[in-house]
Design a protein around this ligand. Structure first.
Ligand code: FAD
Ligand code: AMP
Length: 475
């Protein structure tokens, strides 16, 4: 007899596992199906984010920043450490332990919330009064029935045609997070979020890093002012060699090096690397999902088509996270997970895609919410801007992290905040104030009149808000 569920969630990344937990909390009999396995072949919940994305990359980021501080920054504090050395194996083991703790934690959360968990590949095989999903594991397959289906199958790395990823010499994010030693020369293809984060980590650990980016512009999605200053810092202070407008012609893996042939500034060039990371974006994952068996459509770019409440055109089938439109970010996936669970339970789930915070965990960090200056200009919106540099912040000085600034953009007539852009220390934390403000429809003056602790980095947000009305107090 097939098992029957109210809700079947396919995928246990930050979208799927949160959707399953919320659905179960709302009294729905819920199963979450996931196929991810760790390198040693064990089921590992949490999807890309916990296994080979957000969490391991931030663990390495912290290790590499500590290493760099010990090498170059402790001296000015009068802390002298002799013979600083790096043990990559210990650093990777720490990262793996963090991943293991978090992925196994999801199993406990499932138990606590009474979510059934199935390991294997889920594929829709038909609809009717309920949907049938075949779950294929190592030991055979089982078909279950569910009244509602949530597709949360995430994304996979985009491939470059003709370039084979072996995750030893040529890596995607999985291999880039597990390099056994610091490569002397690291090549990265793609100067997007992942390329910059991974490139920065290995640069701090000692690699010579060259990033080849196809587009002629740097960080096109970010505010132009932020992208310009980030470019200056990453190329001059951090020392990343970023070659914009590079067209990759060939990648050859030899015994001694990986050769990349590319066109740059009108000439054909060749560079040899010890390791190569491919970070040219991610594509929605709908492979062998059986969408056609129930009539769910994908768009021209392969994303599952959904409306503003994550409903597909097929009643009771929803899709969330990286597999649908919108930013490919873990927190966006999770909030969509909550929203669909609440919709299925008869409530009104909704996520405001206009106010999703974006973060790039470089050093300094980049974070923003809302619209950029170039978007406002192209939409002919009249706005005022306040920009406050961290060099004037007492807390930033004490931290020794003075690069960057906070920029606030507000409507020229109503003063309502339209966008906030941060380049600087803990930008990922600071951006939350702006998200809350914008969700509540706050004006720049609202932020300017709120008391901010001293000395804190958040004072830069306060001053940027004051700056919108040209009344800085510390500048
Ligand atoms: P995923 O996390 O991709 O999970 C999908 C799950 O579904 C996987 O476990 C997959 O195995 C499983 N699955 C797929 N198909 C099937 C099937 N048919 N049957 C069963 N299981 C299936 N985002 C941030 O917000 N902050 C960050 O700092 C950040 N850092 C990142 C760093 C890196 C290196 C990478 C690669 C990504 C990073 N991201 C970050 C992006 C983030 O990881 C994704 O946006 C997020 O994981 C998407 O969540 P999801 O639930 O939609 O899909
Ligand atoms: P993100 O989507 O943030 O991970 O960024 C991916 C980056 O890779 C973007 O800046 C793309 O322009 C870039 N990119 C995509 N394809 C190529 C390619 N073939 N060569 C170099 N860069 C690429």
């Amino acid at each position: 007899m097939a098992k029957n569920f109210d809700v079947a969630v396919i995928g246990a990344g930050p979208g799927g596992y949160i959707a399953a937990i919320r659905a179960a909390q709302l009294g729905l009999n819920t199963v979450c199906i996931d196929e991810f396995e760790s390198v040693d072949g064990r089921p590992s919940l949490g999807g890309t984010c916990l296994n080979v994305g957000c969490i391991p990359s931030k663990a390495l980021l912290e290790s590499s920043e500590n290493y760099e501080r010990a090498l170059h920054k402790f001296g000015e504090h009068g802390i002298n450490i002799k013979d600083v050395s790096l043990d990559v194996a210990t650093m990777l083991a720490r990262k793996d332990k963090i991943v293991q703790q978090f992925t196994s934690g999801i199993g406990l959360l499932f138990k606590k919330n009474k979510v059934s968990s199935m390991h294997g590949h889920g594929r829709l095989t038909g609809g009717g009064e309920a949907f049938q999903i075949e779950v294929k594991g190592k030991d055979g397959s089982e078909t279950i029935n569910a009244k509602n289906v949530v597709i949360a199958t995430g994304s996979v790395p985009r491939q470059i045609p003709g370039v084979k990823v072996d995750n030893v010499s040529v890596c995607d994010n999985t291999g880039a997070l597990s390099l056994k030693e610091v490569p002397g020369r690291l090549g990265v293809i793609g100067a997007g979020v992942i390329g910059l984060e991974m490139g920065s980590v290995w640069k701090r650990l000692g690699s010579e890093v060259t990033i080849l980016e196809a587009l002629p512009t740097f960080l096109g999605a970010a505010d132009e002012g932020i992208a310009k200053e980030a470019w200056r810092i990453f190329t001059k202070s951090v020392g990343l060699d970023i070659k914009l407008g590079s067209k990759i012609d060939a990648v050859k893996v030899g015994k001694k090096a990986i050769s990349v042939q590319f066109e740059h500034e009108g000439a054909s060039q060749k560079l040899d690397f010890d390791r190569l990371v491919i970070a040219v974006g991610r594509v929605p994952n709908t492979q062998d999902l059986g969408l056609e068996s129930v009539g769910v459509k994908v768009d021209a770019r392969g994303f599952v088509e959904v409306d503003e409440r994550n409903r597909t055109a097929v009643a009771n089938v929803y899709a969330i996270g990286d597999v649908v439109r919108g930013p490919m970010l873990a927190h966006k996936s999770s909030e969509e997970g909550v929203a669909v669970a609440e919709t299925i339970a008869g409530q009104h789930g909704h996520v405001n895609l206009e106010h999703i915070p974006w973060v790039i965990y470089t050093s300094p960090e980049i974070a923003w919410v809302g619209r950029t200056e170039q978007q406002l200009k192209s939409d002919a919106v009249e706005y005022r801007s306040g920009q406050f540099p961290f060099i004037v912040s007492g807390r930033a000085r004490a931290l020794g992290e003075t690069a960057g600034f906070v920029k606030m953009l507000a409507d020229a007539q109503t003063d309502r905040i339209l966008g906030v852009h941060i380049l600087g220390p803990f930008a990922s934390e600071l951006i939350s104030e702006a998200v809350v403000a914008m969700e509540f429809g706050a004006t720049a003056e609202d932020i300017a009149r709120i008391v901010h602790a001293h000395p804190s980095l958040s004072e830069a947000m306060h001053e940027a808000a004051l700056g919108v009305d040209k009344r800085f107090l510390s500048l």
